[in-house]
Write a protein that binds this ligand. Structure first.
Ligand code: SF4
Length: 468
């Protein structure tokens, strides 16, 4: 039968007697949901996803009559091509969302090649098993090839899992709370443990914004993990007051394999903590560090350096960092779109170069001359280098590094000597003189106290219910 006629016949036949499978229904539901969300948010990536779901629904529809599908290479070709196109559009939507459009052309070239191969196989080598197995295998293999490249410190390689999402606090520099309207959601203990059991890496980064805010939830997941005999090494991020309040759950997870944690101190004095609206005191921070040491955790800390700092402020941080055993890291205060400071920071941005918004460059006016600011910043970062990287790290972390090497993992070892290429005062200063390729959108008018409507990317469930 002529191919076009065949397709037309199918369309008319299905309109007359629709036979929608569960898979197609799911695709149509997702399509409708995307259209509804798009009508509200008008984001370009949603439009691409709508096309993706349409292609996915089409691929299912062409395969819905299994008898005709098996006997018709044309139907198979269209269905396969639509399926590959759907995957391509889903990936393209993510690229649009993450503003990495430069990968879209290679993605479409790869999609075209795979589609041509898949269609050619149907017509020319229908019984060639190598290609049947090779195509999906190559795709899966290509996706999984970089998996071993993810690592965090000695946790090499490292996978990630999420037990809760969102943060009920409201630190002025952070987008974790503005993203979900300060809401906080938990995954069920069974689902969390199942997720962890599926991870094949030994190291897992629990990427919750603030881990174990609710001790009972942490205990419940821990019991599931124990019941299933899951043994892994974990890294997580939490707040000092949460660690102080829920010491027992952290001690319990220490036994389950939690060893590394990140504590966002951000400032070394009450004034700084107040400015960042951390809602925690310096005394609590110090007590939390003592608790972490007593429980045997390896702790990383971040301090936010303000562009207004002079040499004395940097010297205070260096002195403190050298007096504690923790890994102390320094970032530069940066108003980001989506945070409160983007709307309230009264100092004008000195650059709109997207590349400089990486918390290692000053995008606000510095009190010190810019080159001096970077010298102080890098000198202070060098404390981290002396304590935890280079030959100092070989003494402390030589064992884990050798074990990683034995497994063929070289990420951590290579990182130990990269300090000079990452933190370099002259290069960081020179970055300001590069031509701007991708400018940030200018900020709107300053606001003294923005409200939820100006800040929240997604409203919380309570707010959605209230406005419904
Ligand atoms: S810095 Fe931490 S505690 Fe503060 S809002 Fe962000 S995630 Fe929450």
């Amino acid at each position: 039968m002529n191919f076009h006629l065949l397709c037309a016949w199918y369309a008319i036949g299905d309109l007359a007697a629709p036979k929608i499978t569960a898979q197609e229904s799911a695709a149509f539901l997702m399509l409708a949901a995307c259209i509804l969300v798009f009508r509200t948010f008008r984001e370009r990536h949603l439009l691409v996803w709508i096309l993706g779901w349409a292609a996915y629904a089409a691929s299912g529809w062409f395969a819905s009559d299994s008898t005709a599908f098996i006997s018709s290479p044309e139907l198979q070709a269209v269905s396969h091509a639509a399926f590959i196109l759907a995957l391509c559009l889903f990936a393209a939507g993510i690229l649009v969302y993450t503003r990495t459009q430069k990968y879209i052309l290679p993605l479409f070239v790869a999609t075209g090649t795979i589609t041509t191969l898949a269609v050619a196989r149907l017509f020319y080598w229908p019984d060639e098993p190598t290609l049947v197995v090779a195509l999906p295998t190559v795709t899966v293999h290509a996706l999984g090839r970089r998996r071993h490249r993810y690592f965090i410190g000695v946790l090499d390689p490292c996978a990630s899992a999420e037990l809760t999402r969102g943060c009920p606090w409201d630190c002025s520099f952070c987008s974790a709370w503005t993203f979900y309207g300060r809401s906080y959601r938990k995954v069920s203990p069974e689902a969390a443990a199942e997720d962890l059991a599926r991870i094949r890496e030994h190291n897992v980064f629990l990427v919750d914004d603030v881990a174990f805010i609710q001790a009972e939830h942490g205990f419940a997941i821990g019991r599931e993990v124990e019941r299933r005999g899951i043994r892994k090494q974990y890294y997580l991020e939490t707040r000092c007051d949460v660690l102080l309040k829920n010491q027992e759950v952290f001690a319990y997870w220490r036994r389950l394999g939690l060893y590394y944690m990140f504590l966002g101190l951000e400032a070394l004095d009450e004034e700084g903590l107040r400015l960042h609206r951390k809602r925690v005191t310096w005394g609590e921070n110090e007590r939390a560090l003592e608790v972490a040491r007593r429980l045997g955790f390896a702790v990383a800390i971040n301090i936010i350096a303000d562009p207004d700092w002079d040499e004395r402020r940097f010297a205070v941080v260096r002195e403190w960092a050298l007096s504690v055993p923790e890994i102390v890291h320094l970032t530069v205060a940066t108003p980001y779109p989506g945070t409160e400071t983007w709307l309230t920071e009264s100092r004008a941005l000195t650059t709109h170069d997207y590349r400089l918004f990486d918390v290692q460059h000053a995008v606000l006016p510095t009190r010190l001359p810019l080159d001096r600011f970077y010298e102080e910043l890098v000198n202070t970062q060098a404390v981290l280098n002396r304590k935890h990287l280079g030959w100092g790290a070989v003494r402390r972390y030589g064992g884990p590094a050798v074990r990683a090497l034995a497994r063929g993992q070289t990420n951590y070892l290579k990182m130990m000597w990269k300090f000079g290429s990452v933190y370099n005062a002259a290069r960081q200063r020179g970055d300001h003189d590069r031509p701007v390729q991708y400018p940030m959108r200018p900020r709107g008018p300053m606001t003294a106290k923005p409200n939820g409507a100006q800040l929240y990317v997604h409203d919380s469930v309570a707010q959605r219910r209230a406005s419904a």
